[in-house]
Design a binder for this molecule. Sequence first.
Ligand SMILES: [Zn+2]
Length: 306
Amino acid sequence: MAWARGGAVVMLVLGLFGASCADDAGAVDGARALERVKRQVAFGPRISGTPGNTAAREWIAAEAARLGGRVETQAFIDTIGGKPVPLANVIARFGPTTGRRIALYAHFDTRPWSDMATDPAEKALPVPGANDAGSGVAVLLEVAELMKQRAPKVGVDLVFLDGEDMGRPTEPDEYCRGSRGYALRLPLVGDDARPVAGFLFDMVGDKDLGIWDEGNSATRATNLVDLVHEAARATGARHFHEGIKYTLIDDHVPLLDAGLPAVDIIDFDYPAWHTPRDLPDQVSAESLAEVSRVAAWIVFKSSLAK
Ligand SMILES: [Zn+2]
């Protein structure tokens, strides 16, 4: 009966310490995440190099710091479409200062034009950016809320990227400039060593959520795609599906090119994409909560988190 005895001991230990370790760091709050989407939209367009972008970035940095992150702003000048554009990523580090780190990524800038609008009069309007990119930022800050309650065992970098969405459709190299600059500027070794795994959250708040495998991730970061599926199963996330639906240029591509493993978690079936209708009413607290639970599982319970 050694098993039974062992089992009893385990249960006793859980009984003594269950309150602090049974549920990691509390629950995600979809309503709180949705409020953060609305807050970002209220800043106006967050186009790189404009006051709305700066205001949103400073708010993100303040929120991340309030939630216990060690915040660094990574500012640099890039050239996009032949013009100099000031970009600034925000990196908020949580957990141990040394050792293995993982990263969660989201861009916070918004697109200057609504080129997918059907009404020609709307094409020149900036995208309000509730889902693209407010949702990813809200998910990362939701994970920060949980990390404030309990520090992760592994180092976790929340990386808020600028300069994702300024590209002309015919110029793929004009996209994802913030992530490209981030990867270029990461030190090779040291306390802010390169993350061993990265999870990009982009357009994850659609009220009609459906997240499928992204092609570049599936071929270049297969193990991380598998890990996302494991997280979805473990958290009962019903809107994550197996199988490649789209292959996309997103912030994960410059990361992968720089040798930083990264998976793009994205719902690309979004009718309001790059239109003036990308507003908070297209985003739901339930979707934000589902994705936040997946992100939190990766940070607290996955094989990477040990
Ligand atoms: Zn976009």
